[in-house]
Design a protein around this ligand. Structure first.
Ligand SMILES: [Zn+2]
Length: 372
């Protein structure tokens, strides 16, 4: 949380006098130490100007299309139950890989009876599951938000508005600006897909981010880009062509938006975890993988593990450190914590391979900057 330092110093003085008075009083009651410690802890928490951004990748809790076979047996109520304790921060972010819509057919699918149709519409009641889990910021720039055309895009937007979950990424909703605990955040999201902000038009991305930086303390940029699958774990620093589609040069994109003023870049789309980087003191996650994806998603090997990052920024948006909770999922056991820490190990090996001169230290499920 951001704070005015002068005010904080004055506030500290007043608080310290208050604490001293309380300690004297409480020592009469013979219970000094425990309560004084608690007061000291509360004071420290109030003066803490660190911003925490919890970030995860793709989420699609189950699709009622083409058939209800692709809805989970608990109707998705327990989707996040094993990780809920970690979904707490000033910002809790993920990519909504689908739309909310109760009815309708997709023109994307020739075969509406079999398993070859990758068009996702989550029942509208699933919106509140994200809200209850703690999500307050979602990207809707991706290759599935438009699976049911305008109807899906509009209904999803209306549901997120009604839940007061901030979102952006459509050409009709390119960014969102909001205030939380005295910090003004701006958020925008990009992908290679129709009706979303283009990841391949780097010039216009740069212009938008520069304009947002004029209006906000912290600018968060999300992208859904890069080729998909376990053969595409590396950041190539080139355009990635997949299914004859240019899915962006995620390295050039991330650097360009940071040059323009972005404080944090959160990538997803490859369905596997990729490297992280700190560029000009700003943190980039190149792919956060499949976080919570039910139904027709490949969850084998690296597709079934993902990181949940808790990224700490200072009030100027510079990277302080990140905690990494590794998670895994399969169709039976669903999403849960991975005590083998596979996603964290993957981040370490890919970052050291793709960014060999990085100045990061990976230890105890955390990512920190090397001391000078
Ligand atoms: Zn996708």
């Amino acid at each position: 949380m951001k704070g005015n330092r002068n005010r904080t110093v004055n506030f500290m003085g007043v608080m310290l006098m208050g604490i001293t008075a309380m300690v004297i009083l409480l020592s009469c009651a013979g219970n000094t130490r425990g309560i004084a410690q608690q007061i000291e802890k509360d004071t420290l928490q109030r003066n803490n100007d660190t911003i925490s951004v919890v970030a995860v990748g793709d989420m699609m809790l189950g699709s009622a299309y083409p058939t209800k076979v692709n809805l989970p047996p608990d109707d998705a109520i327990g989707s996040f139950k094993n990780v809920k304790t970690f979904l707490k921060g000033d910002i809790v972010f993920g990519n909504l890989e689908g739309c909310f819509l109760n009815k309708g057919k997709s023109t994307k699918c020739k075969d509406t009876t079999g398993n070859s149709c990758f068009a996702f519409r989550m029942p509208e009641r699933y919106g509140s599951i994200y809200k209850d889990a703690g999500f307050n910021l979602l990207s809707i720039a991706n290759n599935h938000v438009g699976d049911f055309g305008d109807a899906g895009r509009k209904r999803s937007s209306a549901i997120l508005d009604s839940l007061d979950i901030k979102y952006a990424g459509l050409t009709s909703k390119p960014y969102t600006i909001f205030k939380k605990d005295s910090t003004i955040y701006a958020f925008c999201a990009f992908s290679p897909n129709d009706h979303t902000l283009s990841i391949t038009n780097i010039d216009s991305a740069r212009q938008l981010v520069a304009a947002l930086k004029q209006q906000a303390n912290i600018v968060i940029v999300s992208f859904h880009g890069g080729a998909e699958g376990s053969r595409f774990e590396h950041v190539t620093r080139a355009d990635e062509i997949f299914y004859e589609e240019n899915r962006g040069n995620v390295y050039a994109f991330a650097h360009a938006v940071i040059d323009a003023g972005a404080d944090l870049v959160l990538g997803h789309g490859p369905h596997v975890t990729r490297a992280v980087e700190v560029y000009k003191n700003k943190f980039i996650a190149y792919s956060l993988g499949n976080f919570c994806t039910y139904g027709m998603f490949n969850l084998k090997g690296p597709n079934g593990t993902a990181p949940l990052l808790n990224i700490k920024l200072n009030s100027g948006g510079d990277f302080l450190y990140a905690e990494v909770v590794s998670v895994k999922q399969d169709k039976i056991n669903r999403l849960r914590v991975d005590t083998a820490h596979m996603a964290f190990k993957k981040i370490i090996s890919l970052t050291n391979t793709d960014f060999p001169s990085n100045r990061l230290v990976f230890a105890d499920q955390s990512i920190r900057l090397k001391e000078n």
